[in-house]
Design a protein around this ligand. Structure first.
Ligand SMILES: [Zn+2]
Length: 371
């Protein structure tokens, strides 16, 4: 098995000891049915949006596939790895899995600050895949996010997918299935993980005791783990700061260029500087991505309201009344054009673009949406 520099984020997944409630039907299909388990595909592609628990599910599935004594969970009637059912008699495999040192698991992901899984990482994985299993059972490879593999890495993996090694299972995770080579997709059994049912996720979020679960789920576009993350971070304050500044152009006739400049300056706040100013007002750390993301949600909501869409597809439900009023004062066509520009901005901010100028242009277009 391999570790990447993202260990801090990944390590808790090794200790995952249950599937989320919305994943129970899928779990039954993947592992609990004896037929499914004995005919487990050599390559599985888990596809779905961020924040629905693909990674924890994949790690739990890897644990289950490697477990030496899977057992029936009497509460759910489903087969699960032994650790989750009987904590006193945990098999050696599950012990090593929890310690993130299982020799028959190989995890590939991107290095910190890198967006690509290079071909060398896949070559190393292929060399590992032909070795014998240390426990004499299955070996499991996890690749996430699969769309991070560059073309040569994808082509390299393709050969292994075409000539699978017996008892080795490859699990790929993606939230951009279309970005994968069609030949990779066609050689995997694809599981499309849909957004979970609202009722189940609302109940789960309430059990997590988070404030305003309905708003959080709406802001996370229905993805429960994203909603939980949002409630535990400064993201909510960041969002208020961004949306209020954007709305001030419309509601208080604030000069769009000065708002653009203010937003740009906020992205320049350094964490160290912020922590030194403890006695003063807390300085929020805002990234260009945050601004584009919440700008996108605001413009999308206004465009939907202008088109009389139902309230349940509005993201910023806590601003509903003011957004509805505002939508009557805006040109739909210009909102849609702005929405296109914002979508391009997601890519532009990753490159060498002058972000200050980009914000100025978007804010002027925003101001010009008014009738
Ligand atoms: Zn076990």
């Amino acid at each position: 098995m391999t570790h990447s520099p993202t260990d801090n984020e990944i390590l808790p997944y090794y200790k995952q000891n249950a599937v989320y409630p919305w994943q129970l039907p899928l779990w039954k299909q993947l592992f609990s049915d004896p037929v499914a388990t004995s005919h487990f595909p050599h390559a599985l592609l888990l596809s779905g949006v961020s924040g629905i628990g693909k990674t924890p599910l994949a790690f739990y599935l890897a644990r289950a596939l490697l477990c030496q004594t899977p057992q029936e969970n009497l509460k759910t009637g489903l087969m699960e790895p032994c650790q989750s059912v009987d904590n006193d008699n945990v098999c050696r495999s599950c012990q090593l899995f929890s310690a993130a040192t299982h020799p028959d698991l190989y995890h590939v992901t991107t290095a910190v600050d890198k967006k690509v899984i290079p071909v060398d990482d896949i070559r190393a994985l292929i060399q590992w895949s032909v070795l014998n299993s240390q426990f004499g059972g299955k070996k499991v490879i996890l690749i996430e996010p699969a769309e991070a593999m560059n073309l040569s890495a994808s082509n390299s993996l393709l050969k292994t997918l075409e000539e699978p090694v017996s008892n080795t299972i490859i699990i790929l995770l993606t939230n951009k299935k279309q970005a994968l080579l069609p030949t990779i997709r066609s050689r995997c059994r694809t599981i499309d993980m849909a957004l979970p049912d609202n009722q189940i996720t609302m109940q789960w979020l309430s059990e997590q005791n988070i404030p305003k679960p309905k708003l959080m789920l709406s802001l996370a576009s229905g993805a429960p783990l994203l909603a939980l993350q949002l409630s535990q971070s400064e993201q909510l304050e960041v969002r208020y700061a961004i949306i209020n500044q954007l709305l001030s152009v419309m509601t208080d006739s604030i000069d769009p260029l000065s708002v653009a400049e203010a937003l740009f300056k906020q992205t320049k706040t350094k964490p160290a500087k912020a922590s030194r100013k403890k006695s003063q007002t807390k300085t929020l750390l805002i990234t260009p991505y945050d601004i584009i993301y919440w700008f996108d949600s605001l413009v999308s909501d206004l465009a939907r309201l202008a088109q009389m869409c139902a309230i349940d597809i509005i993201i910023n439900i806590d601003y509903y009344d003011s957004l509805q009023q505002l939508s009557n004062r805006l040109y739909l066509k210009r909102l849609l054009q702005l929405s296109d520009s914002i979508n391009k901005a997601y890519y532009e901010i990753q490159g060498q673009i002058n972000i200050n100028l980009l914000f100025e242009k978007l804010l002027i277009d925003w101001n010009n949406c008014q009738k």
